[in-house]
Ligand binder design. Structure first.
Ligand code: ATP
Ligand code: MG
Length: 455
């Protein structure tokens, strides 16, 4: 049990005694203190799990002690004892982070219910804190969970990049792999952390709006421009901007962006004055930009400007046991949100999770866990509660590249070409992924593509 030991701080001996008797009956261990000073000592000596704290103490107030504890890293929830007519003390205590309060004379049943709720919340808080700590030990970085080799690699890149203050970064990866989270990690690990982090998503915006969002506009620049407006570049000055789905921007905006990247200056739409800014630009994309450059849809000079440092977010299916760590993390998250009490997932579900190919990556896993935690009750998530969702579309267990040999037969070369073409189509011409599907190295793939004139 997580909450065994309760510290009760009150200067009235009788109150301490009566509460203690009842709590002992309910199976708790109780330590006592009669002043702020002795409470501090008891916290160090006895390491209690919860504190019940009176407001008026001979050498200070409960509120002061509460504030003191909140300023440390210790996870020790506090339940305040307050007089009935002192409701403002209760409100203040809650604002300062007390878990709850009870009014005197203490109703012991009410107190025990509060303690039980408090235990549960603390247990989850500690588990999540532990997860975060494990993460740190394995070279972790803010917010992004995972200790598999590809994620360690990502972590190292993020740590390095965040040390430089203005390097432009390009983050690539399939949808839902955590590109935005990685961008945030770079921002919050860098010296810019106290300034703004502003994401703009280009997939949902028209060209005019994109321009005015990014660079702002002067009054009258276009029909709806009734006021002058600052754009994201100005707003995020000294901070970081995430240009999300950069592959979708129009040629016109590409030119303007290039200018900001090269000269660090821009003009508002309809304006003539040069404005200079200091922002770090992070671009993210799930499309192969290199390919767009080849097709003439993305300016090569802009691509080179963006591609100074690159982070490739690995697909979830390549992250091994991280899948389980993430699933457990999301269980904690949704336990809290939905007031559930799941402890984990069954072995069978683990195996399904590990075999599944997660086309929607971490976002899909999060959704699957959310649905299971919401719909089910109990301690473990069983395979039947996740099968309802995407999971039973496990098409990948059948070979998708089946073909007919026909009565006339077919040359092996032809078949090879067809298989290569299919693999490239399926992966949107992503060579690393195509190589993976075919279980050959990328070099071998390129060699064979060349042979068949597919390069
Ligand atoms: N390593 C991780 N640890 C914890 N949560 C993660 C991790 N990676 C992704 N997530 C969570 O998964 C969801 C998707 O992440 P995010 O939005 O960063 O992905 P994305 O690559 O930007 O997706 P899209 O391409 O669809 O925009 C978010 O809820 C995010 O918090
Ligand atoms: Mg995103």
């Amino acid at each position: 049990m997580y909450c065994k030991k309760i510290l009760i701080v009150d200067d009235e001996r009788l109150i301490r005694w009566s509460v203690k008797q009842e709590l002992i009956k309910s199976g708790f261990e109780v330590v006592e203190a009669d002043s702020v000073k002795s409470a501090r000592q008891a916290i160090v000596d006895d390491d209690p799990d919860i504190m019940i704290l009176d407001q008026m103490l001979p050498d200070g107030t409960g509120i002061d002690l509460l504030t003191e504890i909140q300023n440390t890293n210790r996870i020790m929830p506090v339940i305040m004892l307050t007089a009935v007519d002192k409701s403002h003390t209760a409100v203040k205590a809650l604002k300062l982070g007390a878990f709850d309060y009870v009014t005197k004379p203490v109703n012991i049943e009410e107190l025990i219910i509060i303690i039980e709720r408090c235990c549960e919340a603390t247990r989850l808080k500690r588990q999540v804190a532990q997860l975060m700590k494990d993460q740190e030990k394995t070279g972790g970085f803010s917010g992004l969970l995972g200790s598999s080799a590809p994620m360690k690699n990502v972590g190292e890149h993020i740590n390095k990049i965040s040390q430089s203050n203005c390097t432009t970064v390009l983050i690539t990866g399939e949808s839902g792999t955590g590109k935005e989270l990685a961008a945030k990690a770079i921002h919050f690990l860098s010296d810019r952390r106290d300034k703004l982090f502003l994401p703009v998503n280009f997939s949902a915006l028209t060209e005019t709006i994109v321009e005015s969002e990014l660079f702002g506009h002067e009054r009258g620049a276009f029909t709806d421009a009734r006021q002058q407006k600052k754009g994201i570049f100005e707003l995020a000055d000294s901070g970081t901007i995430l240009l999300d789905e950069i592959g979708n921007i129009s040629p016109k905006v590409q030119v303007r962006l290039l200018r900001v990247l090269e000269q660090k200056i821009f003009q508002r739409v309809g304006g003539t004055q040069d404005i200079s800014v200091d922002v770090r630009i992070i671009a993210a994309t799930n499309q192969p930009l290199e390919q767009l450059v080849k097709e003439g849809k993305f300016r090569s000079d802009l691509y080179y400007r963006l591609n100074v440092a690159t982070i490739q977010m690995p697909p979830l299916r390549d992250r091994g046991d991280d899948i389980i760590t993430l699933a457990e993390f999301f269980i904690h998250e949704f336990n809290i949100a939905f007031h559930k009490n799941f402890k984990g997932i069954t072995e069978e579900t683990k195996q399904i999770f590990l075999r599944y190919d997660w086309p929607g990556n971490v976002r899909e896993l999060r959704n699957v866990v959310e649905r299971a935690v919401l719909m089910d009750d109990g301690e473990y998530i069983f395979s039947h509660s996740v099968e309802l969702g995407h999971i039973h579309k496990l098409g990948h267990e059948k070979p998708e590249l089946a073909f007919e040999l026909g009565s006339l037969g077919q040359s092996l070369d032809d078949i090879e070409k067809q298989v290569l073409t299919k693999a490239l189509e399926k992966t949107n011409k992503n060579q690393s992924q195509a190589a993976k599907i075919l279980k050959i190295s990328r070099d071998t793939l390129r060699y064979r593509m060349k042979k068949h004139d597919l390069l």
